[in-house]
Design a protein around this ligand. Sequence first.
Ligand code: NAD
Length: 498
Amino acid sequence: MTDRISHWIDGKPAPGTAGRSGDVFDPATGQVRAQVDFAGPAEVARAVAAAAAALPGWRGTSLAGRTKVLFAFRELLEARKDELAEIITSEHGKVESDAAGEIARAIENVEYACGAAQLLKGGFSENASTNVDVYSIAQPLGVVGVISPFNFPAMVPLWFVPNALACGNTVVLKPSEKDPSAAVFLAELLAEAGLPDGVLNVLHGDKVAVDGLLEHPDVKAISFVGSTPIARYVYETGTRHGKRVQALGGAKNHMVVLPDADLDLAADAAVSAGFGSAGERCMAVSVVVAVEEIGDELVAKITERMRRLRVGDGRDPGSEMGPLVTRAHHERVSSAVDAGVAEGATLVVDGRGVEVPGAEDGFWLGPTLFDHVRPGMSVYTDEIFGPVLSVTRAAGFGEALDLINANPYGNGTAIFTGDGAAARRFQNEVEVGMVGVNVPVPVPVAYYSFGGWKDSLFGDSHAYGPEGFHFFTRTKVVTSRWPDNSSAGIDLGFPKNS
Ligand code: NAD
């Protein structure tokens, strides 16, 4: 008997009725731990109807009332974060300390949303024209859809849900079908925090559920995070159906190491950012660009550190890197390594065939390092999304910069140097949305916004922070005059200020 993971509609579990479901694995054992219901059109309609029915009440709830729920939610998350970390690890595989980091960054976003009363203030211009006042108000969009990827099953939903709710919207969340339990746990906590029924609904499933949301006339906006081909599809389909869409896609993040950098610090950073969460992060470093003559020394330092990494079950506090999320993903990443070898990249550390005693069926792939990788090789061009780090060499700063700017992705990048002028030039000229200076994983804090450039984001709003509030509201400007004698008389001319 495996567990069954059902939708969450109108404040309670809603077992699937479409007769479709998917396996949810424990990646460390390779066993199926649960079946998750996949929504069909009728369940999409039910979830959206529940969100639409809850909209007038939630939109009409005062700012104080909405933020009270978010403050309570924040406390519950804090109190039950260990439980949530266990859920994440059991379905995703990342080590629990990493899951705890994900939750901490998620909580930041809840805290930001708790500032809604300040963030939703409009402008007011008294006497813009004689006896005429002008003011702006930010109003919710209505029912919004959030579609999230497997790699941050709690944090990515919480990039969007708290801000959307704070702004007065109701939400249908479609989490990844690979690790869906965290989303249900979040919905339960929000209900406990006092969120009225129907304000947040969780719909599980695949393309059928996503298409249902993209096409539904009552869904006014979509926030999507996932791979670039699906992000592009979601953006094009959603906007064609008249929706506001922000669709964040994949990445190939370069870390440039200049010759003056402290190579020990740079090697630490490359290993942490390349293999944390088994490389299943959109902000993972996947390419190290060694500038000038430092390549061999840097590769030696990275290799030495990689050999000490402990791969194992994420529930074991001794593990530093867990398994990949599914068998299919494991096969895909292993094939990418095979392709790198076939194309002539130098395989310095081979993670294929790594074994974890007592857990032979887990989806293990050890840290893998390629050197002398060149643009055009598939290990360079493809987003591998696994523990595979490539090193490429550049003759100078300009060549490193050109390499990054020629890449179709533009999510994150980092430069390691002690040279302030070089770092300033880099941040100015690099065509990437999030830049680290001696910081390998520059995920912005919750009061900035998160988003890449080029093929890493479709739409014009980044996620969370100020752009998140902007995305989840539409502004209305009111021009008002209280009648007095000065406004008497007929004037067919276009209104002008006086
Ligand atoms: P994915 O694109 O396979 O899935 C993302 C979501 O889309 C899931 O909810 C999934 O059910 C749905 N989906 C999958 N196939 C679909 C289809 N054909 N039609 C409609 N919907 C579909 O991504 P993933 O494997 O879950 O996550 C990994 C990817 O997400 C990587 O490419 C990673 O870079 C990216 N990611 C990006 C960011 C960012 O902020 N830019 C953050 C996290 C992850």
